[in-house]
Ligand binder design. Structure first.
Ligand code: NAP
Ligand code: ZN
Length: 351
């Protein structure tokens, strides 16, 4: 089936309308008409080939929500009309130790997991194309149920990446009552991190480089806000954090954040900048047995757990809806930090 999409024809070219092919649903597949798709900074990194290896035309988008239009003969979990989501993965080996533990994002099977865009697939054109499109066909094991109210659907889309990418490390490192948790970078991921850390019961501190986000971060649920460029503000919190989650999309000095950790505290990186961070200072780590860690999205089971938690607690993303034709402008604004806090494409505008 041919469907409408938008894609980048090359790293340095604006997006353009495309017609792309979706496979006919197989026995275990779910066909989804996409209602909305969030715009993640990873989409920008990939479309502009900042990580290398991008394939063109590139159709990004891995914060997909919509409705089921058809199911294969062996599909048991979904039926036509269901409200569903698709995140960053559309397949994995399903039998390596990580997949068996429900951590498909760390699949060690051949070729690892299949990303929603720019990953090898037997389907034409040989690599996956994402959610900046009218519809998608996905194995039922990688389809999530979205229980939010219909009017919350667009604002639920960013949970499929920004939500799970912050939820998974917050849960893994036990953010909750009695813990002091920092979230660095109040963009798409970071604003979800603040909302989720607060909802999990942690004392939540937002770190921003933008003085203008001070009040806004409190409104998102932060108990405290630190403008990270202000050394005195930073110094007042030295050695006090159990956990800090860093979502910043650009290379920067990690040492000022490591210095804020307690003994045995962890700074976890989820931001994936084009250029590496400067090497951290060793003494900052060894004298307090501190750790620097990384974390990748989240597994399917924990994504469902996060979506259900958010539906129950009325948690969504703060979004700005855009038409498909505004995507280049949206990327430029995202680079300037000029988004509160996630752009979402209305798929009805694909033409
Ligand atoms: P975003 O909306 O652009 O937010 C990034 C935030 O980082 C900005 O709003 C800004 O917050 C802060 N920042 C500080 N200095 C910056 C600079 N020089 N350039 C850019 N940002 C700067 O991006 P996002 O969608 O949240 O994604 C953040 C990063 O996470 C990206 O690198 C993305 O690829 C990565 N990511 C990783 C995973 C994973 O699984 N690990 C999943 C999704 C995305 P302040 O204004 O508050 O300082
Ligand atoms: Zn993403």
């Amino acid at each position: 089936m041919t469907v409408k999409a938008i894609g980048a024809p090359a790293a340095d070219k604006p997006f353009e309308p495309l017609a792309i092919t979706r496979r006919e649903p197989g026995a275990h597949d779910v066909a989804i008409k996409i209602a909305y798709c969030g715009v993640c900074h990873s989409d920008l990194h990939m479309a502009r080939d900042e990580w290398g290896g991008a394939l063109y035309p590139c159709v990004p988008g891995h914060e997909i929500v919509g409705h089921v239009t058809a199911v294969g003969a062996h599909v048991t979990k979904f039926k036509v009309g269901d409200t569903v989501g698709v995140g960053c993965m559309v397949d994995s080996c399903q039998h390596c130790p990580s997949c068996e533990e429900g951590l498909e994002q760390y699949c060690t099977g051949e070729g690892s997991f299949t990303g929603t865009y720019n990953a090898p697939t037997p389907d034409a054109p040989g690599y996956t194309m994402g959610g900046y499109s009218e519809s998608i066909v996905v194995s039922e094991n990688f389809v999530l149920r979205v229980n939010h109210k219909p009017e919350q659907l667009a604002a639920a889309a960013p949970l499929l990446c920004a939500g799970i990418t912050t939820w998974s490390p917050l849960r893994h490192w036990n953010a909750g009552p009695g813990k002091k948790v920092g979230i660095v970078g109040i963009g798409g991921l970071g604003h979800m991190g603040v909302k989720l850390a607060r909802a999990l019961g942690a004392h939540t501190v937002a770190f921003t480089t933008s003085e203008s986000k001070r009040e806004a971060a409190l409104a998102l649920g932060a108990h405290e806000v630190i403008v990270s460029k202000n050394e005195d503000e930073m110094a007042a919190h030295a050695g006090s954090f159990d956990f800090i989650l860093n979502t910043v999309a650009a290379s920067h000095n990690l040492d000022p954040f490591v210095a804020l950790l307690k003994r045995d505290g962890t700074l976890t990186l989820v931001g994936a900048p084009e250029h590496p961070h400067p090497s951290p200072a060793v003494f900052n780590l060894i004298f307090s047995r501190r750790s620097i860690a990384g974390s990748l999205i989240g597994g399917i089971a924990e994504t469902q757990e996060m979506l259900d938690f958010c539906a129950e607690h009325g948690i969504t993303s703060d979004i700005e809806m855009i038409a498909a034709s505004q995507i280049d402008e949206a990327y430029d604004r995202m680079l300037k930090g000029d988004v509160r806090y996630r752009f979402v494409i209305d798929s009805a505008t694909l033409g």
